[in-house]
Design a protein around this ligand. Structure first.
Ligand code: MG
Ligand code: ZN
Length: 221
């Protein structure tokens, strides 16, 4: 039982810092989204296509916090967009926590941005437990991961504001039935908003960016 107590203390400390982040972001009217998904599901590629559309529309200003165990490769991939990017290396930790996000908040021009993407470490499990102070979590899964992930990893689907189903360009080559995947999502969380996208070809990304922009119109209380 001792270990469970330690874990709940860690989460309590995390939640306090998360509230501080949330307050800070709300004051600056920044909508922060915590992107969570397995390694290789296409989080960074989705960000590339999303940032391209956001730049073309020129309606909102975005920034990115990149979370990785090691390297700044993902941040390098986004460098071309000329937006604020901060890299956090967790040095082995398999998720971001609110303290890590808090420690880089001053490195971001919060007065100038509307939308902050926080790309979490590739992991479908414990990032679900750690509130970063975001407005919402977004779970990214790819169709190559199969139809059964929502029921196998329910917590992240329960805690997310939306799910993006990526790599739809691969559907002709796979046995997966996307309706079965949607049913699986509904079993865990009925009606969870979902966007089927191909971050590679851009198919479906406009509807996803519409959703993102609609969040930025929200005035946090
Ligand atoms: Mg990535
Ligand atoms: Zn972890």
């Amino acid at each position: 039982m001792k270990e469970i107590k330690v874990f709940s203390n860690i989460l309590e400390a995390n939640d306090r810092l998360a509230e501080q982040n949330r307050k800070n972001l709300a004051e600056k009217k920044v909508t922060a989204l915590n992107l969570i998904g397995s390694p290789g599901c296409g989080k960074t590629t989705l960000l590339e296509n999303t940032l391209k559309i956001i730049a073309e529309r020129d309606e909102i200003k975005a920034a990115v916090i990149e979370g990785d165990i090691a390297t700044s490769r993902d941040a390098e991939r986004l460098r071309k967009f000329d937006i604020p990017i901060v890299q956090i290396n967790t040095e082995g930790a398999c998720h971001l926590d609110a303290g890590m996000v808090c420690s880089v908040m001053d490195d971001l021009p919060l007065d100038e941005i509307d939308l902050l993407f926080i790309e979490n470490v590739g992991n479908l499990v414990c990032p679900a437990d750690f509130d970063l102070g975001e407005r919402g979590k977004v779970v990214v899964i790819s169709v190559t991961e199969g139809e059964d992930k929502p029921q196998k990893y329910p917590e992240i689907f329960l805690n997310s504001a939306c799910v993006t189903v990526n790599k739809t360009d691969l559907l002709p080559y796979l046995d997966i039935d996307i309706e079965k995947l949607y049913n699986d999502i509904d079993t865990v969380r009925k009606g969870l908003p979902r966007y089927a996208v191909s971050a590679k070809t851009g198919e479906g990304c406009d509807a996803w960016v519409d959703w993102l922009e609609s969040l930025c119109n929200y005035a946090p209380s």
